[in-house]
Each structure stands twice: as structure tokens, then as C-alpha cells.
Ligand binder design. Structure first.
Ligand code: SAM
Length: 329
């Protein structure tokens, strides 16, 4: 559990409100800081929060493009707290199982035909809980093939959270970890040349995912992202899809489906952790509903729904004409 035993939600809310107050001085973040401050003021008691859920949340849902979560603001202390606790809930609720099993299946297929190391890239990798789970499952299955995970995230806190999780595998020589500030064709070729079948390579790229556009097409075997797209504007979401499809023959995305029941359940479960309550509830307000996902099915993308009562979806894209993943670069 990432939080200390003596964790006090009142003092956490007080500290968050103080940090949001200082952020209000910056015009770039003023509106978002005020929106979040209102959230945390009402999250002080169950009654005020229920009032916010009944009367404010529906209005926010209607103008969801304006929502910015605490995690999106430049407050490293809270980014770290949210990412640590998000990972913990992802373990506890089995919230990554769908994409984890899908990626493992893809890797098992790829290693039968690939001649060179497999390189898979995660956009907005956060605390890399998914990569931790994939690594453990593959080790259990005695998967012996050079495999490189590239985790891309512009938040420095994400690598701090991720690194701590791999200490055990690192000390046993089962993974090697590298941090890079730039990834071009030359760096990617060097990373692939160093990959070994008996030790997974984990590469942290501290950068905005959109900067990967300079890499050649199909630089990766697979691109994936989890709980990322709802943080982006509609224009950025389209750009992210285009970029992912350009960079890999296969793309897979996991995110939650917006629902009132989901908001109620997560509010009860994460009530003790206000910074996570903020991420969970505001994410649900930003997420697509199942009806929207069905109505907006795009050409080339397949959508699979799963989970009950907390619903999530997998969105998959295979490049036409490719029967087996083939990476170049
Ligand atoms: C809600 S977290 C999800 C983390 C992780 N994928 C998971 O499911 O646990 C979203 C992450 O995306 C990162 N992020 C958002 N936009 C990004 C971008 N343009 N480039 C890189 N990282 C981004 C944030 O810093 C954050 O760590």
C-alpha cells in the first residue's frame, strides 16, 4: 500500500488546496486549479461530496473538454501519489487483466516469427504496473526472447514510481533498466542490439509521446496505452491514434467506460485517498460512454467491451495487409 498507515485525508486535502492556491497565480493553470479546488473543498465531507456529485458533476460531464485532473497539473508530489495509488488499485481490482493477457498473447505469437528483438512501446506509461505484470507472467511462462519495453511519459514522477516496482527483478538480473531523454533511429538500433533473451530491457523515455513522430514507420512491433486518451483534447486523441498507427503494425488501447454506477463504486472505494478520488471521478466524467464508443466506431478499429460493474474497453487496430507483426527500424 503506497500510503502510510497514519494517512490523514483531512491534512491531504488541506495540502492539496494550498498547492492549488499557489498554482492559481499562473494564468495557464488558473481555471484548472479552481475547478480542482472546488472538487477538493466538496470532498471534505460525504454530504458536500454527494451534493457535488448530484448537482455539479452532471454539468461538468456536459462540458467535459474543460476537465483537468490533479494529475495533469504540474504538482509532482500529487502526480506521484496518484500514480502510486492507481497502480495499487490496478492490482487490487485486476483492472489491467484484459490488456495484459492480450499483449502476452501478441508477444507469444511474435516470438514464433521474429528474427530480431521485439520492441513494444507504452504511451503515457505512468507507474508501469502493466509492464510489471507482463514481466512476471512472462517469467512464469519461461518466455526466452529478447524483449524491449519502451515506457514514454512526460511526468518525471512516473519513472520514480515505476523504478521502485522493478527493484526485485533488477536485483535478480531479470530486467535491465535504462532512462533516455531522446529516442531516434540511432538510439533505438542501439537498444535493440543490446537486448538479450534472458533479461527484459525496460527503457524509460522522459518525453511527450507526440515527439516520437520523427521515428520511421513501424519502429515498434506494438504500441499500447492505458487510461491515457481521456486526458487529451479531441484533436490530440486523433493525433495520438495517427501516431500509434504510424509507429506500429498493431495498436491496443485500454480505458474505462463512463458510468454513474462506476462513479459511485470508485467514490466509496477510494474515499480515503482524496488525490485518487479526484483522478477516478474526474476520469469517469471525461471517459466515453459505451453508446458513444459504439456510435463512433472508426474504420480499422475494433472495440471490445468487458468488466462488470466497472466497465472498460479494448480498442484495437491492425494495419491492413499485415498478417504478422513486422517491425523495422
Ligand atoms: C492516468 S495516467 C495512466 C498511467 C498508466 N498508463 C496506467 O494505466 O496506470 C496517464 C499518464 O499519461 C501521461 N501523459 C499524458 N499525456 C502524455 C503525453 N502527451 N506524452 C507522454 N505522457 C503523457 C501522464 O503523465 C500520466 O502519467
Amino acid at each position: 500500500m503506497p500510503y502510510q498507515r497514519r494517512h490523514n485525508r483531512w491534512s491531504e486535502i488541506r495540502d492539496i488546496l494550498a498547492d492549488l492556491k499557489s498554482l492559481e497565480a499562473d494564468p495557464r493553470y488558473r481555471k484548472a486549479a479552481r475547478l480542482n479546488a472546488e472538487f477538493f473543498r466538496t470532498a471534505r465531507t460525504p454530504f458536500s461530496f454527494l451534493w457535488w456529485l448530484l448537482f455539479k458533476a452532471p454539468k461538468l460531464r456536459r462540458r467535459r473538454e474543460d476537465i483537468v485532473e490533479l494529475l495533469d497539473l504540474p504538482l509532482p508530489r500529487w502526480q506521484k501519489a496518484v500514480l502510486e495509488t492507481l497502480s495499487w488499485f490496478e492490482v487490487w481490482l485486476g483492472a489491467l487483466k484484459l490488456i495484459r493477457d492480450h499483449i502476452i498473447g501478441e508477444l507469444e505469437t511474435m516470438c514464433r516469427t521474429k528474427q530480431e528483438p521485439i520492441v513494444i512501446a507504452s504511451f503515457g506509461c505512468g507507474g508501469m504496473e502493466l509492464e510489471r505484470q507482463i514481466s512476471y507472467q512472462l517469467l512464469r511462462k519461461r518466455f526466452k526472447f529478447p524483449l524491449v519495453f519502451i515506457g514514454i511519459d512526460y511526468s518525471a514522477s512516473s519513472f520514480e514510481v515505476a523504478r521502485a516496482k522493478f527493484d526485485n527483478l533488477l536485483s535478480r538480473g531479470m530486467v535491465e533498466i535504462k532512462t533516455v531523454d531522446h529516442l531516434g533511429s540511432k538510439e533505438l538500433a542501439e537498444i535493440k542490439a543490446a537486448a538479450r533473451p534472458d533479461c527484459f530491457s525496460l527503457v524509460f523515455l522522459h518525453e511527450d509521446a507526440f515527439r516520437l513522430r520523427e521515428l520511421p514507420e513501424n519502429s515498434f512491433d506494438l504500441v499500447y496505452h492505458t487510461r491515457l486518451r481521456h486526458h487529451l483534447t479531441p484533436e490530440e486523441r486523433q493525433r495520438l491514434d495517427d501516431l500509434a498507427v504510424y509507429l506500429a503494425p498493431r495498436v491496443v488501447e485500454l480505458d474505462d467506460i463512463s458510468s454513474v454506477i462506476g462513479i459511485i463504486i470508485v467514490s466509496i472505494f477510494v474515499w480515503r485517498f482524496p488525490s485518487v478520488l479526484n483522478g477516478a471521478v474526474l476520469s469517469y466524467l471525461r471517459d466515453f460512454s459505451q453508446e458513444e464508443l459504439v456510435a463512433n466506431r472508426e474504420d480499422g478499429w475494433n472495440v471490445v467491451f468487458a468488466g462488470r460493474p466497472l466497465r472498460s474497453y479494448l480498442r484495437l487496430h491492425d494495419k491492413p495487409g499485415l498478417t504478422a507483426p513486422a517491425a523495422t527500424g
